[in-house]
Structures are given as structure tokens and as C-alpha cells.
Design a protein around this ligand. Structure first.
Ligand code: UDP
Length: 256
């Protein structure tokens, strides 16, 4: 019997120590067994947001699977003596969902982002995985309660088994918490900017940047006005919080 994947807390946020293949297999199994599964694609920005947004911290803790999409989070886990098993890219996970759809015939609903972007991402993935059932739904912005009811009924009519939600954090995680069951789907994943990247609207960081923890820099250079504040002001204190956590851990260890 395989043991349950270990959960590693980073500043109070649990991350699952899983490889990409294990995460993909958890998702496929939930779809096959029709188990409700909220997958969180976690990174530094989300950990920092949980410190300011209490309901987001609760959602993060309740997710059935939290994959680690941030290389700096993997460094923090290692420095705290509880290593994860590498990074699991959110964008690659979205590609994998298309592969799963083509393989086992499940239907994937894609909501959020700009509609032409989401539609293009569906086309690009269907071209790589023929037979994948990918449906892009226009998602009004802002998403009022009335518009959301309409959106939910169209998702239900599509027979979707999985919903990929691109509304940014924490909106996408709140949407999954509140509406996954009502959508008729069993797996929900908040996927941030993955449709922008897959559609080609936003260039993906080169591999060396992704592998070495510089994806945030690549994103920031694309959109400095919006993301400069996020990464430099809101997220940078992550480093200090981790340093403090390491010092506390060492002090507690030496006092024993
Ligand atoms: N987005 C949206 N509605 C919103 C907020 C964001 O459709 O109310 C989309 C946005 O267009 C983008 C995606 O959500 O395609 C991810 O947004 P963001 O870059 O803020 O998220 P991140 O990837 O940083 O979590």
C-alpha cells in the first residue's frame, strides 16, 4: 500500500511532497473515482497572501492536494529540513489535464482569463492531445452572482468533470471552494496565468529561469507596473520570514 504523500508546512501553508507524476496520478484517480478534489497550485505569493487573508489560509489548508509551483518554496522547504520533491509546474499540470482528458475521456471546463485567450489555450492543447474534451467558457468580469449562476449552469450542461479556473489568487480558490460541487465537476484547479502562457499571449520564462527560481523576474519584466509591487514589496518579506523560522528552529533544537 503506498503511503499518503507527506505534507510540508511552509509558514503555516501545507505543501504536498509529490513529484509531477504523483500529482498527475492523484488528479486522474480523483476523476476516475469521482472524488471531490481541490488542487492548489501554491507559490511564494500565495503563502504571503495567506498571512493577510484569513479565509485564504483556511482554503489553502483544506485543499486536497497542494502542489509547489514556486522554486523559492522548494528552497525554503529544504532549508527548513523538510524538503519537497521538486517543483510541480502549474502550467505543466494544465497540459497534463488535457492529456488525461484525451486518455480517459473526461471533460474539462476552462473558465477565467480573457475569453479569446482561454479559447486559444483550449485549441492549442487539443492540437497536442487530439480527443481531449476542452471547453472554454466566457467569464464576465466582474463575475456577479447572477452571471456566476449562468456560468455554473453552462458548466453543468457541458458535463464537465474538471474545472480549470484562471481568476488569480485568491479569487480562483474561493470560486472552487464555493462552486465546485454546484458545477457538477469533481476536480477544481486554480491555475493563475496558465491560459495566458499556453495560448502564447504571455511568453513563458526560459527553462533556465524556471529551473533556477527566476520565473517571477521574467513575469515582472513583462508587467512591471502590476507585478513589481507584488514581487518586490508584498512577496520579498518571504525571505525574512523563512530566515526567522530557521533561526527559531535552530534555537528550539539547541534548547532540547
Ligand atoms: N483574471 C480574471 N478575472 C479576474 C482576475 C484575474 O479573469 O478577476 C485572470 C487574468 O486575466 C489572468 C489570470 O486571471 O489571465 C491570472 O491572473 P494573475 O496574473 O493575477 O494571477 P497569478 O498567475 O499571478 O496567480
Amino acid at each position: 500500500m503506498p503511503t499518503a504523500p507527506e505534507r510540508v508546512p511552509i509558514l503555516g501553508c501545507p505543501f504536498d511532497a509529490v513529484t509531477f507524476e504523483e500529482a498527475a496520478s492523484r488528479i486522474a484517480t480523483a476523476l476516475e473515482k469521482r472524488e471531490l478534489l481541490h488542487v492548489c497550485v501554491g507559490n511564494v505569493d500565495m503563502v504571503m497572501k495567506t498571512r493577510k487573508i484569513p479565509d485564504f489560509a483556511a482554503i489553502f489548508n483544506d485543499c486536497g492536494l497542494v502542489i509547489c509551483d514556486g522554486v523559492p518554496v522548494t528552497w525554503a522547504a529544504k532549508a527548513l529540513g523538510t524538503p519537497l520533491r521538486g517543483r510541480v509546474s502549474g502550467t505543466d499540470t494544465v497540459w497534463e489535464c488535457a492529456a488525461i482528458s484525451a486518455r480517459i475521456g473526461i471533460t474539462v471546463a476552462m473558465i477565467g482569463a480573457e475569453f479569446d485567450t482561454t479559447q486559444r489555450a483550449a485549441e492549442v492543447m487539443a492540437a497536442r492531445y487530439p480527443g481531449a474534451k476542452l471547453h472554454a467558457f466566457p467569464t464576465p468580469y466582474p463575475l456577479t452572482e447572477k452571471e456566476n449562476e449562468k456560468l455554473l449552469s453552462t458548466i453543468r450542461e457541458s458535463g464537465a468533470d474538471m474545472v480549470l479556473v484562471a481568476l488569480g489568487a485568491p479569487k480562483q480558490e474561493r470560486w472552487i471552494r464555493d462552486h465546485l460541487e454546484a458545477s457538477g465537476a469533481c476536480v477544481g484547479i486554480g491555475i493563475g496565468s496558465a491560459f495566458d502562457i499556453i495560448s502564447g499571449k504571455q511568453p513563458r520564462a526560459p527553462r533556465w529561469m524556471r529551473d533556477n527560481g527566476f520565473e517571477w523576474l521574467h513575469r515582472m519584466l513583462q508587467d512591471p507596473a502590476r507585478l513589481g509591487r507584488r514581487y518586490l514589496l508584498e512577496d520579498f518579506p518571504f525571505v525574512w520570514h523563512i530566515v526567522v523560522a530557521i533561526i527559531r528552529q535552530r534555537l528550539a533544537g539547541s534548547a532540547e
